[in-house]
Design a protein around this ligand. Structure first.
Ligand SMILES: [Ca+2]
Length: 196
């Protein structure tokens, strides 16, 4: 009996294509040429996330690679990470307030400082309060931007800029006084940039 049923089922399957059922499904194959690319690319129909990033000056970043001076840091997040040109390395202070001094190794007419975090969205949005001071001799500092709370958010590039009246400076000091981030006990900056 079981063998008879199996034979019947096999016969049914064999004749099904000739009963018109299979013909109702039309197969359409479209051949698309593979794009010539060597890395992941954003298709033109998707919006460019960087269109919403806070713009930074396109002039030379005077801080990159220059000597820096700061207080104690947390774990492996040393001060030299703050201007190595990479946003995937960062400085984290140990406690508050946190001062970071950048020696520009020359006198420049500066008017903008920027603080960048890692642009990845795994970095929770947070507020950091920051002030900027400048000096010609590394001893006497003048405040050019009073403490202010800045919003860091991956949607806007996880970076902020602080603009002030152009001033001669050989040393730029950023003073961090608070962060709303839940997993840090200090200031964090992947890059600090200074522009004319
Ligand atoms: Ca860095």
């Amino acid at each position: 009996m079981k063998q008879a049923l199996s034979i019947l089922l096999a016969a049914l399957l064999a004749v099904l294509p000739f009963m018109g059922l299979a013909e109702e499904i039309e197969t359409v194959v479209t051949i698309v040429p593979a794009p010539e690319q060597t890395k992941a690319e954003r298709p033109p129909c998707f919006p460019d996330p960087s269109a919403n990033f806070i713009p930074l000056p396109e002039t030379e970043n005077l801080a990159e690679g220059k000597p820096v001076q700061a207080g104690a840091h947390t774990d492996v997040y040393v001060s030299r990470n703050v201007n190595d040109g990479k946003t995937d390395t960062y400085w984290e202070s140990k406690g508050w307030p946190a001062e970071m001094v950048i020696d520009l190794q020359g006198t420049y007419a500066v008017s903008t400082a920027a603080v960048c975090l890692n642009p990845s969205s795994i970095w929770e949005p947070r507020i950091q309060e920051i002030a900027v001071q400048v000096s010609l001799d590394g001893e006497t500092y003048t405040e050019v931007a009073a403490p202010e709370k800045y919003q860091f958010d991956a949607a806007t590039g996880n970076r902020i800029r602080i603009d002030f009246d152009q001033v001669q400076a050989a040393y730029v000091k950023l003073i961090f006084t608070m962060s709303s981030a839940s997993r840090t006990g200090g200031a964090q900056a992947a890059e600090i940039c200074v522009y004319e």
